[in-house]
Ligand binder design. Sequence first.
Ligand SMILES: *Cc1c(COP(=O)(O)O)cnc(C)c1O
Length: 383
Amino acid sequence: MTPARTFLPFSRPVIDEATIAAVADVLRSGWITSGPQVKSFEARLSEYVGGRPVLTFNSGTSTMEIALRVAGIGPGDEVITTPISWPATANVILAVGATPVFADIDPVTRNIDLDRLEAAITPRTRMLLPVHLSGLPVDMDRLYEIAARHGLRVLEDAAQAFGSRWRGRHIGEFGDLVSFSFQANKNLTTGEGGCLVLNNAEEAALAAKYRLQGVTRSGIDGIDVDVLGGKHNMSDIMAAIGLGQLAQIASFTAHRRALARHYFTCLGADFEAVTGAQLPLADFEHSNWHLFQIVLPDRGPGTRAAFMEAMAAQQIGTGFHYAAIHLLSLYRARGFGEGMFPVAERVGRLTVTLPMFNDMIHADVERVATAVKAILGSAGAQR
Ligand SMILES: *Cc1c(COP(=O)(O)O)cnc(C)c1O
């Protein structure tokens, strides 16, 4: 079998031998839950975001839920978010008893449209929850200007944006609450996991309580519980993976940017004109290129399934990220439906994620681009 015929996944984790050895050390150490590795990983993460407090969690979802609790978001509060994200983004708003309010996306960045976000603000709005989709940050200047003008908290769902930058600074170095995910497909992984960047020691202490049953070490008897916390802590096994990954994140990000550039080159300057498909925004300064996504030309029902099948026939994995959240049954049952966010609905139906991962090679990009052009080019003759 030639290498070109082996299956190319759309994503896969890359764990080096040094990291595997570090995990083995933890497993032999006699301490595998939260301990010295977690402390050390949190210290390194804090350095990475310019010294702001950072706490780790067992998932990005837990991280966001606790961020909402730390900000005091609950019943009666509206949180404005994007309809194009993994369901976790809106689910956590429901989980704390608050009300998700969607604002449609910008067709070029595919991130929440900040004009529509501002238009969705009501007297009940308490927080803005944008997503840096595929690692491309929303316009941070504009976002925080709107938040300041309306006196609103911000939780950045930066699940996909570890290593992304805004005006030369890492996402997380500034702003309000910033949540990252270390799930297996993310640019930096701990298997599962996440971390939250907070504003100060008081917020960090509150988040630490929510992380573990609400337990505080206080009083002469040792412990007390004064808020209802859960079980959301990261283990030392996960943190050891994270420490190994963090040492490589700069090279991971640089490599992904080079791969993204190569995609643009290989797909060609006339790709959009010839195929009717839409490329991602060509950003090589801010995005960490977590996902490389194209929006297919609309050829009716089954457009995306047919494309994904044709790619699979060439042993190339693809994905779709994401179905519009407001059209999922849970959200339809809350009154959302078709026609409310037309840009999100089109993008949700027609977006395809092409392969992109930390040890993908340039030849893989060439193979994918050739397949994409062949599939869309031939079908495009019918347009
Ligand atoms: C991965 C992801 C999450 C959730 O993170 P988990 O670690 O899987 O809980 C939330 N939002 C976005 C945009 C994500 O990509």
